[in-house]
Design a protein around this ligand. Structure first.
Ligand SMILES: [Zn+2]
Ligand SMILES: [Zn+2]
Ligand SMILES: [Zn+2]
Length: 500
């Protein structure tokens, strides 16, 4: 039987047994095509071949780019608007926080986006590390590597960044890295501006990515396009966070660089250790995701990072999620400038019975000052939403100029908690001097299951229960402020296997 070849040109190239890319030959007009033959043993010298591109074949003309970075877009009108985003699972008091859209491009919410994404990946990596140790014995460690391509690299693909990641994976196979997370960076900071940057050679300057993101992109003076032009240059590379017992470097990576022009570097300290603790991993992952390449598709943006090997389908266990949450919280303020204290309920255990002594700082232009001088002890919880609305017109709730955050995370993530969150925001009575509650607040979206529990509702003060119900309705009416247009990347690689 004659087999009709219906595969696309791209598949046919693949079925010839390799992943290919091209770049120019230094000091020459020529071009070089490098092919990694995945059907050849990684230890075999003939796995990588180079050739002059055949003029008859289709051109390798796709540049791997993902030219946007987190925080470089506009915020939604509602980002930062206060709503009753937190509640206390013990006493039902509610707390106001700003709404967070959780989009990577949002100038206000990208840090919180970055924190969440990093947390998930760190948990998966930790959980897999544990699994591999159990199954394969031997000490499994985290490693941070960079895989850098030449800026003139070209592939033939309708998804060039993905193709570059596959090439990266194939090369990493040769040094013993099979499972990990690959984060694509489109840019590096120009050498004349670059200071000490995680995982890269430092240049003559003193800027790192925190400066680029926080001081340049967030400032009025620097439109995003000007930041790209002035400080950044195209330099496609991946940061890889891997789990492995041993990573081969030295002669092997040098050979790869000679054969392919691709530079693989394992980032380590003077003792040769790469990422010693889960906190090290959390910090490096958050840092890498803070300037991950974003690719536009229609109105949404896709962050170019992907788990590979066993990590792709590995689901983190709960203990690993908790550990990752702690590790990310601990390092987020250094890496992202994000304050992530777990919010506690500050309500009085004895709720207010009426509002007659309520203080509303009406007669000042500066509500924050008014709060501070009001003589109230710190409290953020409202005894009920109804009483809190009594002070809604005082202005302090419309102060959206400070970066602050929202709930909305199962574990009670709060990013950028504003200073004023520790100040009274509504009417607790002056006469109260009872003990504060102190329970860790939960995101309002979890309130539904509490409100459905008759047993739980019976233990709650009626006024506070009403307040919580109102807050939950408000949350639903607002359209459940949640992640919108930036769905997590699929962790399952759905590509068809490479044909033989
Ligand atoms: Zn409470
Ligand atoms: Zn936002
Ligand atoms: Zn980088």
């Amino acid at each position: 039987m004659v087999r009709t070849d219906t595969t696309s040109a791209r598949d046919r190239t693949r079925s010839k047994g390799g992943l290919s890319f091209e770049h120019n030959v230094t000091g020459d007009d020529g071009q070089r095509r490098i092919t990694i033959h995945q059907d050849v043993d990684p230890a075999d010298g003939s796995r990588i071949t180079t050739a002059e591109p055949d003029v008859d074949t289709l051109a390798y003309d796709a540049r791997p780019t993902a030219p946007h970075i987190p925080g470089s877009g506009e915020r939604y009108d509602t980002c930062g608007d206060p709503f009753h985003g937190l509640f206390c699972p013990d006493c039902a008091a509610t707390q106001e926080v700003g709404q967070t859209c959780q989009r990577s491009r949002c100038e206000r919410c990208y840090k919180s986006w970055c924190f969440r994404r990093a947390k998930t990946q760190v948990a998966k990596l930790e959980s897999l590390r544990h699994d591999l140790e159990q199954r394969e014995s031997g000490w499994q460690k985290f490693h941070h590597l960079t895989v850098s391509f030449r800026p003139d690299v070209r592939v033939r693909s309708d998804d060039p960044v993905k193709q570059l990641r596959k090439i990266t994976q194939a090369l990493l196979d040769q040094i013993g890295v099979e499972h990990g997370l690959a984060v694509f960076h489109n840019y590096r900071i120009k050498p004349e501006y670059c200071g000490d940057v995680f995982g890269h050679e430092s240049g003559d300057g003193d800027l790192n990515w925190c400066n680029i993101l926080s001081e340049k992109l967030e400032s009025e003076e620097w439109p995003a396009a000007a930041v790209y032009d002035e400080f950044l240059e195209y330099a496609p590379h991946f940061h890889v966070f891997a789990v492995a017992d041993f990573v081969q470097c030295g002669a092997v990576t040098k050979q790869i660089a000679d054969d392919t022009g691709v530079v693989i570097h394992r980032i380590s300290d003077d003792d040769g250790k790469s990422l010693e603790t889960i906190e090290d991993l959390a910090a490096a992952t958050m840092y890498a995701l803070s300037h991950v390449g974003l690719k536009q598709r229609g109105n949404s943006y896709r962050a170019c990072y992907q788990a590979f090997g066993r990590l792709a389908n590995h689901a983190a266990e709960d203990w690993a999620l908790a550990k990752a949450d702690d590790a990310c919280r601990e390092t987020a303020s250094d890496v992202l400038g994000l304050s992530l204290a777990k919010p506690e309920c500050d309500a009085h255990i004895e709720p207010a019975t009426d509002n007659e002594d309520m203080v509303t700082p009406d007669d000042t232009d500066d509500p924050i000052e008014a709060m501070n001088s009001s003589g109230l002890g710190p409290t953020t919880a409202t005894s009920s939403l109804r009483s809190s609305t009594a002070s809604a017109g005082t202005g302090h709730r419309t102060d959206t100029s400070r970066p602050f955050a929202a709930g909305g995370d199962q574990t009670g993530l709060l990013s950028d908690v504003p200073d004023w969150i520790n100040e009274p925001i509504c009417g607790e009575t002056l006469t109260q001097s009872t003990e504060r509650c102190g329970t860790t607040m939960r995101p309002i979206r979890c309130a539904g299951e509490y409100l459905e529990s008759v047993d739980w509702c019976e233990t709650i003060d009626e006024g506070r229960l009403d307040g919580l119900k109102d807050a939950y309705t408000e949350y639903q009416d607002l359209g459940k402020p949640e992640p919108v247009d930036d769905p997590p990347p699929t962790d399952v690689d759905t590509d068809a296997p490479v044909a033989d």
